[in-house]
Design a protein around this ligand. Structure first.
Ligand SMILES: [Zn+2]
Length: 245
């Protein structure tokens, strides 16, 4: 079965992860060993978009889909996006690191670009509910029907948040909301969330270089759903969003 890892990090983390750093070559090795066909590559929290895109362009042995980290405080960001828009396949917004909700005015021009250029946006969702709660990207999705939003960590990487988020996505009835499975290890609750929200709303990710694809692929394989539904989660949903179907 074709596997696309829709959420991997490459590069250098800040002191939050003790300056831990991995290279594009490291990622290629791990992705190939894990049977992952291609991967959406995000920088780390040092926001090195340019460096990562340059490295990916030089990589001929593996297909990465570049994700641009949207740090609204980065003075070089607008110029970078304008210059490289054709190679930017995904935007990544991290409310916790940025200490701004996705609904903050600082993000709106980037969401405008994402909407008009058909670029899906990964929004980190976490336990810091005031800033990184899943309700904010759902609010954004309601207002922007042409914007596809992937709620990372299935809405917050904690069983009650994962199931609450799946219920909220279902109740919204929105077709522009997706749940990314990266870093969620409680397989029972992944299964619950998939049953609630539907496989067409769920997208596989590993959160490499913090996790490994081989840690999370078995969770999708173990889901009590059909092979067709597993295909949606492993590759078809993200392929559609990336326009590579
Ligand atoms: Zn991540």
């Amino acid at each position: 079965m074709k596997i696309i890892d829709s959420h991997i990090h490459i590069g250098k983390w800040s002191s939050v992860f003790l300056d831990y750093e991995t290279s594009v070559k490291d990622a290629v090795k791990v992705m190939k060993e894990s049977g992952v066909d291609s991967a959406v590559a995000l920088p780390c929290d040092t926001f090195m978009n340019r460096e990562l895109l340059d490295e990916i362009r030089k990589e001929n042995n593996y297909k990465f889909h570049f994700a641009c980290w949207i740090n609204p405080d980065d003075n070089n960001l607008d110029g970078f996006i304008e210059k490289n828009i054709k190679d930017i396949k995904v935007f990544k917004i991290h409310p916790s690191f940025q200490k701004k909700r996705v609904t903050d005015i600082a993000y709106s021009k980037y969401l405008d670009i994402a909407e008009s250029e058909n670029i899906p946006v990964i929004v980190h969702c976490g336990r810091w509910q005031e800033i990184a709660g899943f309700t904010f990207p759902i609010e954004t999705a309601k207002k922007r029907k042409n914007l596809n939003l992937i709620l990372a960590h299935m809405g917050g990487d904690q069983p009650n948040l994962v199931t609450d988020c799946a219920n909220a996505v279902k109740e919204s009835g929105l077709k522009n909301l997706f749940l990314g499975t990266e870093s969620v290890r409680e397989f029972h609750f992944v299964n619950e969330a998939v049953k609630i929200a539907g496989a067409e709303r769920v997208i596989f990710g590993s959160d490499y270089n913090l996790g490994l694809p081989k840690m999370y692929i078995p969770i999708i394989e173990s889901l009590k759903i059909s092979n067709e539904e597993k295909e949606l989660i492993f590759s078809r949903n993200i392929s559609r969003l990336l326009g590579i179907e």
